[in-house]
Design a binder for this molecule. Sequence first.
Ligand SMILES: Cc1ncc(C[n+]2csc(CCOP(=O)(O)OP(=O)(O)O)c2C)c(N)n1
Ligand SMILES: [Mg+2]
Length: 315
Amino acid sequence: MFELVTTISQTDERFRTLLSSGRVRSTYYSPKGQECISAAFGALLRPDDYCVTIYRGLHDHISKGVPLDVLFAEFLGRATGTCKGKGGPMHVTDPSSGMMVTTGVVGSGLPIGAGLAWATKLKGTDQVTISNFGDGASNIGAFHEALNLAGVWKLPVIFVCQNNRYSEHTRYEVVTAAEKVSQRAASYSMPGVTVDGNDPVAVYGAAREAIERARAGEGPTLVECVTYRFWGHIFGDNMRYMPAEERQAAMDADPTVRYRQWLIDGGHFGEDELSAIESEVATSIEKAMEFALNSPPPGPEELYTDVYKGEVVPA
Ligand SMILES: Cc1ncc(C[n+]2csc(CCOP(=O)(O)OP(=O)(O)O)c2C)c(N)n1
Ligand SMILES: [Mg+2]
């Protein structure tokens, strides 16, 4: 988990620096602050388990095991990316890693997650699916429809709400009637839990229980992980709607730094061992970034490939 949170934090910093330099242009929804959630799930999921995520999904892609070179290439719109550079950061899809879809339509990943889980149930495999989404998505109809069917059919899916307290520029309590998103699980006859999303050990415990439950055929779980996004909705956002002291407090309690200290204080790892992991991670990121930056964009011949159209068959 430390390797994962470190990879996410360092990659996020690398992307922000790259974008700020003007060398590349892209939309970027930073997941920094939320890294412990996906690292905990990533440590537990099998490569053949399925994952669905949203535009703010870099941490989920990394934790599900999408190789860094093809992931970065997709983020930068290069022909060597997971979707030949035609998906970009908001649509990373890599079935070979179980990263089934990344969506930009708020809430749309929940029914897809339920559908993937239904498929594995029909096939009789013991794969599980996790569907990641935000607090804002929990107010959309698709959230309720997906949880209801998953509850009725006892689907092997875990709904992971990454509650970072904001939907775009709107604070949680202004638009959400439930004090906790997890309370909503009761309506759909599934367990709902709320955990500190900045504590990877707490998330790991909740994730393990939910994954075991799903794998054993006992049905879905809603896991709400409370966290905070460091960099606003989209990178470049002026963040005026986020109280400066609230954001500063979250950044001062950086979950990666806190976890690092916890590992040392608890005698789990020595400072030198963690530093060695950090420099190995830095080397892999640089290598993958070089690969991505040196890859070409998709050529014009790609414009009409992978594009499907319906045929009108005359009566
Ligand atoms: C159906 C739909 N409505 C509105 C939008 C515009 N929009 C993009 S992100 C977002 C906020 C979502 O917030 P949340 O679910 O909390 O996820 P977060 O960005 O905080 O991770 C909105 C309203 C959209 N993409 N899709
Ligand atoms: Mg949110």
